[in-house]
Design a protein around this ligand. Sequence first.
Ligand SMILES: NC(=O)c1ccc[n+]([C@@H]2O[C@H](COP(=O)([O-])OP(=O)(O)OC[C@H]3O[C@@H](n4cnc5c(N)ncnc54)[C@H](O)[C@@H]3O)[C@@H](O)[C@H]2O)c1
Length: 345
Amino acid sequence: MSNRVLLVTGGAGFIGSNFVRYWLDRCPNDRVVVLDALTYAGNPANFAMLSDNPRFRFYAGRIEDSTVVNGIFRVEGITHVVNFAAESHNDRSMLEPTRLIATNVAGVSVLMEAAKAFGSERVVHVSTDEVYGEIQTGKFKETDPLLPRQPYSAGKAGGEMQVRAHNIAYGVPTVVTRGCNTFGPYQFPEKLIPFFITRAFQDKKVPVYGDGQQIRDWIHVLDHCEGIAIALENGTIGEAYNIGGIVERPNIDITKIILQTLGKGEELIKYIPDPRGKGHDQRYAVDSTKIAAIGWAPKHDFDTHLIETIHWYVNNRAWWQPILDSSDYQTFVNRYYGPGLGSDL
Ligand SMILES: NC(=O)c1ccc[n+]([C@@H]2O[C@H](COP(=O)([O-])OP(=O)(O)OC[C@H]3O[C@@H](n4cnc5c(N)ncnc54)[C@H](O)[C@@H]3O)[C@@H](O)[C@H]2O)c1
């Protein structure tokens, strides 16, 4: 297939910007148009290397703004949509649970309306394994109920319901992906791995929630991008696909690997009462048999690429230091973790 024009919403964020670079390499006949609101998490530096690429175009704007969205569909001749745009941070969602609804639910509906009006060939909505809630043993399958337990995951589940309704009611050709915890370069440094790397690098304490035994299912960003690409090309319309199930690790183990790789001692660990409270999911795990059946297989081994990611942050301080210096970032850290940790900034 060739000459597709992809609208990648949220393409200035972590996974979105990795996906844009990945797609332009993978499909040399396609064009990619990014729409991103450039919130605190959106960073034009994530695609600065594409500024001269004639197959790439960027628009600043919000997905819930139908005038902007419809204008882009019309002017650019969008054929496919991949929606990454979201308020994506669980911890921020605990502070402002209502704020995310505009993007994570209403914005999804606006995008679906545009896809319907302009006859999109395929729309991939990037969701998360967190919509299932927690699981003590076993792995979630796509047929399991969505039982989110945090404002962020509830918002993502709400977005999925918009997608489902537009597929069933209007025949919008949608596919949903539910990826697990993702790591790699260009991740905003408030998420666990880059937060801990950048803090430990500066000899600042790393806040471990509770006993640190929460288990996450981890995937490298390029494996996640490939899963999304395969869902776009081979996924069955109206279906959802888990992407993950590669490696499970407790947060405390990851913390120790980061400290060890940076040559830091465990005295930097600061155990704190869990700020996510009772809704903090103990374990996530997904079964990826369904996406494997349409061609997905992870290629990035966790341990090697975690260390590679740590080195990326060490070597790219010019990328993350301005973020750490920003007042938005410092306000969030102080507000969420309190002056005890915040004063370490
Ligand atoms: N990071 C993970 O571990 C993970 C795992 C599974 C699924 N996901 C999903 O993948 C997607 C991308 O996650 P990420 O980690 O790259 O997030 P991110 O926070 O790094 O990026 C989100 C991007 O969306 C943009 N955005 C926010 N609101 C917008 C709006 N209203 N209109 C347009 N753009 C807007 C932001 O500016 C930012 O560039 C999200 O939908 C998230 O739910 C993330």
